[in-house]
Design a protein around this ligand. Structure first.
Ligand SMILES: Cc1cc2nc3c(=O)[nH]c(=O)nc-3n(C[C@H](O)[C@H](O)[C@H](O)COP(=O)(O)O)c2cc1C
Length: 211
C-alpha cells in the first residue's frame, strides 16, 4: 500500500512539475527514438572480433533483453546455450572440421563461429508452429542489446547446420542437452568488433501498401 501511495505521489509530482519540463520530456522522447532508430540502422553483422572475452554479467544483461522479446502465447518456445569457453569453442570446431575439413581452409580461420569468442546456440520447439519466429525475435533482441554495449554479432545458420550434420560434433550437441522435441536452429556469434563493415544494400521492392 505504501508503495502505491509513493507511486501516486511521484506521479502527482511529475504532473505538477510538467509545466516547466514538458518540452524537455518531449525532447527526451525524440532523442530516445533517434537512439533506437540509429541502433537498428547502424547494426551490421560482424565477422572479425577482438581477442577479448565478454563478461558473464554483460552476457546476462544481453540475454535478459533477448528473452523479453515478444513470443507466441508467451510459451518462450526456445532453449539457449551460451558457450564462452575458448577451449569448448575449439573442441567443437575441431570436431566439425574433422568431418568438414574445407571449412578450415578459409583465410584467418580460427573457429566455426566466424572466429567469435562467444556463441549463443538457440534451439526451437519442433512441436510449436511459431517457435522459429520466437527464436528469430529472441535473436534480434540479443543482437540489438549487444550492439548497445559495443558488442558485435553475427547470426549463423551455417554453424548450426555443420554441428547438426557432423557425427564428430554429436557429443557436443548431446552436451547442449536440449529438451525432447527441441532442435538446434541457429547460432549467434558475439564479440567485440574488429571491423566496421558497410551496410549491405536492401531491396524495398518487396514492400507494398495495399489500398
Ligand atoms: C537466418 C540467418 C542466417 C545467417 N547465416 C549466416 C552464416 O551462416 N554465415 C554468415 O557469415 N552470416 C550469416 N548471416 C548474416 C547475414 O549474411 C547478414 O545478416 C546479411 O548479409 C545482411 O548483412 P548485415 O547483417 O550486416 O546487415 C545470417 C543471417 C540470418 C538472419
Amino acid at each position: 500500500m505504501k508503495k502505491i501511495i509513493l507511486g501516486l505521489a511521484v506521479m502527482a509530482l511529475m504532473l505538477t512539475s510538467c509545466n516547466g519540463n514538458c518540452k524537455q520530456e518531449q525532447t527526451t522522447a525524440t532523442d530516445t527514438a533517434k537512439i533506437v532508430t540509429d541502433l537498428m540502422m547502424s547494426r551490421r553483422s560482424i565477422r572479425a572480433y577482438k581477442d577479448k572475452a565478454i563478461s558473464r554479467e554483460t552476457l546476462n544483461e544481453i540475454l535478459k533483453c533477448g528473452i523479453n522479446a515478444p513470443n507466441g502465447k508467451n510459451l518462450q518456445s526456445y532453449e539457449i546455450r551460451v558457450i564462452d569457453s575458448p577451449a569448448l569453442i575449439d573442441s567443437i570446431t575441431k570436431a566439425v572440421v574433422t568431418d568438414k575439413p574445407d571449412i578450415a581452409h578459409r583465410d584467418g580461420f580460427k573457429n566455426i563461429f566466424v572466429n567469435a569468442p562467444c556463441v549463443v546456440c538457440i534451439a526451437y520447439d519442433t512441436n510449436y508452429d511459431m517457435a522459429q519466429i520466437d527464436c528469430g525475435l529472441l535473436g534480434e533482441n540479443i543482437i540489438l542489446a549487444a550492439w548497445t554495449k559495443g558488442i558485435g554479432s553475427c547470426c549463423l545458420g551455417s554453424s548450426a547446420r555443420w554441428i547438426l550434420d557432423s557425427p564428430s560434433a554429436k557429443p557436443y550437441l548431446d552436451r547442449m542437452a536440449f529438451s525432447k522435441g527441441y532442435e538446434l536452429l541457429y547460432c549467434i556469434a558475439l564479440g567485440y568488433p574488429d571491423e566496421t563493415p558497410d551496410a549491405k544494400p536492401r531491396r524495398n521492392d518487396m514492400i507494398r501498401f495495399m489500398e
